[in-house]
Design a protein around this ligand. Structure first.
Ligand code: NBX
Length: 798
């Protein structure tokens, strides 16, 4: 039988433990304690309850000789931990009561925790949802990443423009982690390779130590926790003592500073490939530390390396850890004496690769020169893998890993993987037909689909308590661990009293958000208006520009006819641009400038408001999604691999306006086309349109609304026109993401949204059906798919 939390603690127990930790761990008496002290005391109390299941899970996996899953990712976009842990341990309402007894404000304590922002966007957040589902499903697993001292930069706006400041979440104690000084590995770089007795010996010219920092990730039900093991970089020697003694203190500290740079900052680029030496070193640092740790654990339990694929499944989150192929071969050949062919076969039977993008600018490539200099032994092995693959398949050279003096990491990951997966049905088809078309022909069974999902504990139960109460009252709380149970709502969608309650739950969330927007931004958001939300990284392909151009055109129309019966709308944007991505930053500037003009227009202000709260992150998403009526998923078809925000909105009862892109396709199929606002070119049509010379100009000339919007920007109605010259020029003359071609369809569909929202009974019915049919988008379903189709691993039952 599955053990459940032995004796859930009472409010009284919790209160005593919190006071104990406040005094004995924080060293503060209650009368002197700050919110920070209390938050740490509460966190240690909650952490204590995770440790038993955690140690138990690690022991159970070992005792069962279980196969382990290893998820290698340069990013884990975790957000806050405390609230999620309370939910998964089912400590509510005992915690709430304990905190009330102590005279504390629970919300204030939860909000005191900084986000662990060790990721850029969807790829990193997916890794965090996967970790939670792996634990909820009792799948023995480790996440391996880097313990960045500085996560994703903090964004603020100055004169409407993005300003980046360093983020410093580790500038205070991090109560969830356990440092493991006994798990430290040496990671080498540069140097020479020599051959001794027919065996390659790499003498690195530099090395650092990777040290393990573990965080338990507790699953739903609180009876299983896996480890997120993040690597911190440390010097092999702490101090250059002769230099220190000679009085040169700065130089003496150099080895330490140099080593630490490896885990100092997260690269803030998402869909561009930065090509920097430090980035390659970070990738190798993570990968080598993880593989050394995996082999150590494996060899502690088994003495036959041929068992590796039966006991170990490794998932590469995009190509960032793709050096894992050559590194595993290196360890097996050079350290364990296996011949190349055996090492290659074992590696390929163990490794798998998830592709998250088709955008050419995001596909990782390293010059053979840089690779050879930083990782000389790996460059040799990469060449062996490539030659071997060419000999085995007869494929032409340009299809392989090394050509034009570059190492193509996508090809390397593909060739070294047992399974390659796409992240939505459409994306998987495009992976087969475009980026990996040639390799797919050679290995037709290798590419599989695993449509993304999101963790319903964080994205529904924790972030939307008003909807959660309604769901629990209506269908019980079983949906939390089995999201398909939301289907039970189908019948209630017809029931007027259920619909009233659903409407009330959404309205409560909107009122709460509206108060926040007023106090923080001074934006007046009427809770009865449509809350129309676009939150994601700023990128041309995601087309925030299309959204803001629509706002301008709408504003102009309302201005012309203020009594036209307009449906009030609040447009909310959130998202960061990569610091070097000028066009994306110029869209941020434009949105802020347009907001300043429109929000203060007395003629239209009742109907249209624009809010762009700065520093969008996981915690902000948790506030915005439950309050949304309309989810903007408007990328150029064929460009968004999946999207995961789209799923979060759907399960929180927002309706989607979107293109046939990524997982939108599956969302629409499941919720029903009548409950989804579809517009725009299909992926195939978009590709054809893009190839048509003059497509942008033709589309603009055909659309009066778009012309007006572009004209107003060019006239300087929203601040300096020359700030937007490049943006306008690109829209008129190039428009690679087809903003102009899709504009009229988008504008028209938004007016259909207006009309639909004006009929609350039918709108709420559609929202209810979106929730009821969103069960497929649980990351539990996704992880079950990986376990079955990719990893061949089963949960450990007690
Ligand atoms: O991965 C995202 C895709 O754009 C989404 O469509 C998808 O839903 C999500 C999860 O599968 N990709 C993404 O977030 N990429 C990155 O963040 C990234 C980070 C660093 C880098 C390249 C891409 N060098």
């Amino acid at each position: 039988m599955r053990p459940t939390l032995t004796q859930a603690p009472s409010a009284q127990d919790l209160r005593e433990k919190i006071l104990f930790h406040l005094t004995h761990t924080q060293g503060r008496g209650p009368e002197f304690a700050t919110v920070f002290d209390w938050r740490l005391a509460v966190s240690y109390t909650v952490r204590d309850l995770m440790v038993g299941p955690w140690v138990g899970a690690i022991r159970a996996a070992r005792d069962h000789g279980a196969k382990r899953v290893y998820y290698l990712s340069m990013e884990f976009l975790i957000g806050r931990i405390l609230g999620d842990a309370i939910i998964n341990l089912q400590l509510e309402p005992a915690i709430a009561e304990a905190l009330t007894q102590l005279g504390l404000d629970e919300q204030e304590i939860l909000d005191n925790e900084p986000d662990a922002a060790l990721g850029n966007g969807g790829l990193g957040r997916l890794a965090a949802c996967f970790m939670e589902s792996l634990s909820s499903l009792r799948c023995p697993a480790y996440g391996y990443g880097i313990r960045y001292e500085h996560g994703l930069f903090r964004q603020s706006f100055e004169n409407g423009q993005q300003v980046e400041r360093p983020e410093d979440w580790l500038n205070q104690p991090h109560p969830w982690e356990f440092v493991r000084i006994d798990y430290s590995y040496r990671i080498g770089f540069k140097g020479q390779v020599e051959t001794v007795d027919g065996r390659a010996v790499w003498h690195p010219g530099e090395s650092v130590i990777a040290r393990a920092y573990d965080t338990p990730v507790i699953g739903w039900g609180g009876d299983w926790a896996n480890s997120l093991r993040l690597w911190g970089a440390h010097p092999t020697t702490l101090l250059d003592l002769p230099r220190f003694n000679a009085g040169d203190y700065a130089a003496a500290a150099e080895p330490e500073a140099l080593a630490r740079t490896l885990s100092r900052v997260l690269y803030p680029d998402d869909t561009t490939e930065s090509g920097k030496e430090l980035r390659l070193k970070q990738e190798y640092f993570l990968t080598s530390a993880a593989l050394q740790d995996i082999l150590r654990r494996f060899l502690a339990e088994h003495d036959d390396l041929s068992l590796l694929p039966q006991k170990v499944a490794i998932q590469l989150n995009d190509t960032h850890p793709a050096i894992a192929g050559p590194e595993l071969i290196r360890l097996l050949m050079d350290d364990h004496g296996l011949p190349f062919e055996r090492a290659r076969d074992l590696a390929r039977a163990t490794l798998n690769y998830t592709n998250h993008t088709l955008l050419p600018e995001a596909l990782e490539r390293w010059s053979t020169w840089l690779m050879g200099r930083i990782l000389p032994r790996h460059m040799q092995i990469i060449q062996m893998i490539d030659d071997d693959h060419r000999d085995a398949t007869g494929r032409p050279s340009h299809v392989g890993i090394v050509h034009n003096d570059q190492v193509h990491m996508g090809e390397l990951a593909f060739i070294m993987a047992g399974r390659v997966n796409g992240v939505s049905a459409l994306h998987t088809d495009l992976v087969r037909d475009t980026v990996f078309a040639d390799l797919h022909k050679l290995h037709p069974d290798r590419i599989v689909n695993q449509t993304n999902g999101v963790a319903p504990r964080r994205w529904l139960r924790m972030s939307n308590p008003s909807l959660t109460r309604l769901l629990d009252d209506t269908i019980g709380n079983g949906w939390t661990g089995d999201l398909d149970q939301l289907q039970g709502l189908e019948d209630h969608a017809q029931d007027a009293s259920f619909r009233d309650s659903l409407r009330a739950a959404k309205r409560a969330n909107k009122v709460w958000l509206s108060n926040g927007l007023l106090t923080k931004l001074g934006v007046k958001a009427d809770p009865d208006a449509i809350f129309d939300v676009q939150i994601k990284r700023m990128h041309e392909y995601k087309r925030q520009l299309l959204n803001i151009l629509e706002a301008i055109a709408l504003w102009h129309r309302i201005h012309d006819d203020p009594n036209g019966g307009w449906t009030p709308r609040v447009k909310i944007f959130g998202g960061k641009a990569a610091p070097g991505y000028w066009l994306a930053k110029s869209v941020i500037h434009l949105i802020n400038d347009v907001a300043a003009t429109i929000n203060s227009d007395p003629i239209t202000s009742e109907y249209l408001q624009i809010a762009y709260p700065p520093n969008y992150n996981v915690s902000m998403a948790e506030d915005l999604i439950p309050a949304a009526d309309l989810s903007e998923q408007i990328s150029t078809a064929g460009k968004e691999a999946s999207g995961t925000g789209n799923m979060k909105f759907t399960m929180n009862g927002a309706l989607t306006i979107g293109t046939l892109d990524g997982a939108n396709v599956e969302i629409r199929e499941l919720v029903g086309s009548e409950n989804f606002f579809l517009f725009g070119l299909t992926a195939e049509e978009a590709a054809a349109e893009k190839a048509r010379p003059g497509h942008a100009r033709a589309a603009i000339e055909a659309s009066e609304d778009l012309q007006v919007a572009l004209q107003l920007i060019a006239e300087g109605r929203f601040g300096q026109a020359d700030s937007y010259y490049s943006l306008l020029d690109r829209t008129w003359n190039d428009d690679p993401f087809l903003v102009a071609s899709d504009f009229d369809a988008y504008f028209a569909m938004q007016r259909q949204v207006d009309r639909a929202f004006a009929d609350p009974a039918s709108w709420v019915r559609m929202a209810a059906l979106n929730i009821a049919r969103s069960g497929f988008f649980s990351s539990d379903r996704t992880i079950r798919g990986y376990m079955r189709d990719i990893w061949d691993v089963r949960p450990v039952t007690a």
